[in-house]
Design a protein around this ligand. Structure first.
Ligand SMILES: [Zn+2]
Length: 188
């Protein structure tokens, strides 16, 4: 057994409540020829289109885990920080070119603004709560409360800076206590 297998319990758990009670939703996509005699689709390879690992105890998505080939594996530059880290809450603004935001009105505005400001991490890994936004000529200033997991204030700052798709200004950054095991305490 490789050390990778031995260490599986380190990362194969919920990053919030450390439960190992996980499930995965896998969406497959397949195109197959239809047999003209029988109507039966030919054998084919299903491609995984999207997968989300979720904790059955606190019901949160697990963005530090992904599905590869036939099993769940950790995302290398993310899992240690999330599993060993604590939640940090940042009050911040990100100023982006307006063409980075698909739409700033309507029911999906908050998610599109979070994606425009912080990219994939803003909608998958962080709890990004958009408080409001302002237009400044060709740019949009997105005001947010962001919860993310990190092992230190420096790491939390680095993660936010890496994710920001425009100029980032952090007004405050405070460490929160880790949620107790197996309870959901959502910032939303
Ligand atoms: Zn959990």
């Amino acid at each position: 057994m490789s050390s990778f297998d031995e260490e599986r319990s380190a990362w194969l758990r919920c990053y919030r409540c450390w439960s190992q009670n996980l499930e995965i939703q896998i969406h497959y996509d397949a195109i197959r020829r239809v047999d003209p005699e029988t109507g039966v689709p030919a054998e084919g390879i299903d491609e995984v289109q999207e997968s989300v690992v979720q904790c059955l105890d606190c019901m949160h998505d697990q963005p530090h885990l992904t599905f590869q080939d036939d099993r769940v594996v950790p995302i290398e530059d993310r899992w240690e920080r999330m599993v060993a880290g604590t939640p940090w809450v940042a009050s911040c603004t990100v100023t982006v070119d307006q063409d980075r935001v698909e739409s700033c009105a309507g029911p999906e505005a908050a998610e599109l603004l979070a994606y425009g400001a912080l990219g994939e991490a803003g909608v998958r890994e962080f709890f990004a709560h958009v408080r409001f936004h302002k237009h400044d000529e060709e740019r949009i200033v997105v005001h947010m409360l962001v919860e993310l997991y990190a092992r230190s204030i420096e790491e939390a700052t680095d993660v936010l800076e890496d994710a920001a798709r425009g100029q980032l200004a952090i007004t405050s950054l405070a460490e929160e206590s880790r949620p107790p095991a197996a309870t959901g305490d959502d910032l939303h």
